[in-house]
Design a protein around this ligand. Structure first.
Ligand code: NAD
Ligand code: DAU
Length: 339
């Protein structure tokens, strides 16, 4: 099987490449990545020389480059991770989110139509469902929950999902979509909650918690997400949406306190800052469908996953310290300087 993986130099895409190379050593993988601020070729260094892996630098929204790649490589399966993925950046500058997340997806779908594929898989997010109220713990996102987005990021991801549905129905393209909850684990860019709090705590810097820290996210260890996508590729049904999540809801403030405790740092580092605009209150996935259809269940308990993640950031300081010492400082100042 020859798989084109877009966005494979980012957090989940790189973990997926490692997972697939290990699980299916007979597969051929091609990674297409633009190497934006979030893409890091150093992450892929351990596999760059592997005979069944190839890296191509390029933009999924560059029609000519994408069509040339499909023409020369003829992938049988496409898994699209490539995206602008950070909600706060989408609030600052929505345009690039539409360009990559919507137009980029359209270009990939057009290439699939032109060259033919066995499967196109769109990696989507639970954020397309909007949010749930804190006082209704009985409510969960199912595959039937209507799309109802809050941020430019989630709107762009929902736009891409709708395009996928349209190409499936209109052109009969074999498409699957997965909508996963918040991932955590190795190689997550330090702008996201968990790595940002680990990095700040280690530097004894303030930990900026938005609002009162009461927002709830449903955390899943990244390898469990990768395994779910692999199962969807193997046994999933074209035209189907699969929600992925592990019933692991946590309040932001509790995650931050847990990180501080694990690192032996004082809670006085916590600083409550102005809330994110349009901040979603609670995400919670009902994973019944993927469990019943494909037998998927999360394997990593949060207590173990967060421990492994913190240990990874402690033992890979050079990976994230290089990132936060570069242009990221300007971003951090813009985002948190006067907050
Ligand atoms: P990330 O920001 O860490 O990585 C994104 C990758 O895409 C980077 O390597 C970047 O260089 C690449 N990229 C960006 N624009 C591109 C373009 N125009 N052409 C080619 N490559 C481009 O993101 P992530 O957290 O790994 O998320 C991956 C996917 O999973 C995204 O589609 C995201 O919406 C989805 N998702 C993420 C989470 C999460 O918790 N992180 C949860 C559910 C779904
Ligand atoms: O639910 C899936 C989504 O999860 C993915 O689609 C997105 O790509 C991914 O970035 C993530 O979105 P969130 O906005 O939930 O993740 P983030 O890590 O940015 O924030 C998690 C929570 O922590 C959120 O409620 C905002 C809060 N937060 C975040 C940061 C960066 C803070 O309180 N302080 C911070 O500094």
């Amino acid at each position: 099987m020859k798989i084109l993986i877009t966005g494979g130099a980012g957090f989940i895409g790189s973990n997926f490449i490692f997972y697939m190379l290990q699980t299916h050593p007979d597969y051929e993988l091609i990674c297409l990545d633009k190497l934006t601020y979030a893409g890091n070729l150093k992450t892929l260094e351990p596999v760059m020389k592997q005979a069944n892996f190839k890296f191509v630098k390029g933009d999924i929204a560059d029609r000519q480059a994408v069509f040339e790649l499909f023409g020369s490589e003829k992938p049988e399966v496409v898994v699209n991770f490539a995206a602008e993925s950070h909600v706060d950046r989408s609030i600052e500058n929505p345009g690039v989110f539409l360009q990559t997340n919507v137009i980029g997806t359209q270009v990939l779908l057009d290439a699939c139509r032109q060259f033919g594929v066995e499967r196109y898989h769109q990696v989507s997010t639970d954020e397309v469902y909007g949010d749930l109220p804190l006082d209704r713990p009985d409510l969960f996102f199912t595959e039937q929950t209507p799309l109802h987005t809050s941020s430019p990021y989630s709107a762009s991801k929902a736009g891409a999902d709708l395009l996928c549905n349209a190409y499936q129905r209109t052109y009969n393209l074999p498409i699957t979509i997965s909508r996963c909850s918040n991932n955590y684990g190795p190689y997550q860019f330090p702008e996201k909650l968990i790595p940002l709090m680990i990095a700040n705590a280690l530097a004894d810097k303030p930990l900026p918690v938005y609002g009162e820290g009461l927002n709830v996210r449903d955390w899943l260890y990244v390898e469990d997400h990768c395994r779910a996508i692999d199962l969807i590729l193997q046994n999933g049904e074209a035209g189907q949406v699969y929600n992925i999540g592990g019933h692991n809801e946590m309040r932001n403030i509790d995650i931050v306190k847990l990180i501080l405790k694990t690192l032996g740092k004082p809670e006085s580092l916590i600083t409550f800052v102005t809330d994110r605009k349009g901040h979603d209150m609670r995400y919670a996935i009902d994973p019944t469908f993927i469990h019943e259809k494909l037998g998927w269940l999360p394997e990593t308990r949060f207590a173990d996953g967060i421990q492994k993640t913190i240990e990874w950031y402690l033992s890979h300081k050079e990976w994230w310290q290089e990132i936060i010492s570069g242009e990221y400082q300007g971003y951090y100042e813009r985002m948190y300087g006067n907050r």
